[in-house]
Design a protein around this ligand. Sequence first.
Ligand code: SAM
Length: 253
Amino acid sequence: MRIDVVSIFPEYLAPLRLSLLGRAQEDGLLSLAVHDLRDFTFDRHRTVDDTPYGGGAGMVMKPEPWALALERVLEEQLAHDGAGLGPAPRRPVLVVPSPAGEVFTQAMAYELAEQPTLAFACGRYEGIDERVLEWAGEHFDVRPVSLGDYVLNGGEVAVMAMVEAVGRLLPGVVGNPESLVEESHADGLLEYPVYTKPASWRGHDVPDVLLSGNHGKIASWRLEQQLRRTAARRPELLDGADASSYGKSERAV
Ligand code: SAM
């Protein structure tokens, strides 16, 4: 997969070069390009913002640097796809982080992980001039996405979270694919509690069933724990969920 991120703080994205995603890039499983929006300005101050029409607090990101930056991303992504070869070019996905977007979920992470390329546009200030999204819709499949119901200073932290959630689903990125199947949200429930050695620690013991060696009993206990934990912490996840999928992920990894 190729991922392009446009930001006025490209260095913010540096942690995406570390750990599992860093190794994925070294191994050629993922290619990450970070573009500085200010490289697409032409004035001495490299201006990317201006006052809002209609008045109000804060500044709004100007449209033209975004159009130029996204045109560059489009060109590079089409080249990556091998433009001109094979079927008609698809419209690449452009994720625009926004507290006013659709909330990011594990299901969306799986959906985005199917894409050959992804682009992310990190807003700052009061956000990006709305016409950029209208214009971008002519070239991209534009997806405004929220990390959750709170407001961050910029899109970079949201992009880091989304790229990490998507990147770890790419084949070969996580060493043991089984660990993706047994995680929270894989089957609509939160994960069961996990323990390691020693069996007794500061007066707290590992549940006996986990020491029993009985795999059937362990699986039943884990499912029961998943249901209890989900009911206690995130009861809304149980509403309308397909109970037949509990305890097993539908996704073959
Ligand atoms: N005025 C905007 C509003 O109320 O919707 C908030 C702007 S926020 C200060 C600046 C940028 O941070 C946004 O353009 C977006 O890129 C990012 N951002 C803030 N909160 C976010 C969230 N919950 N999810 C994703 N991105 C977020």
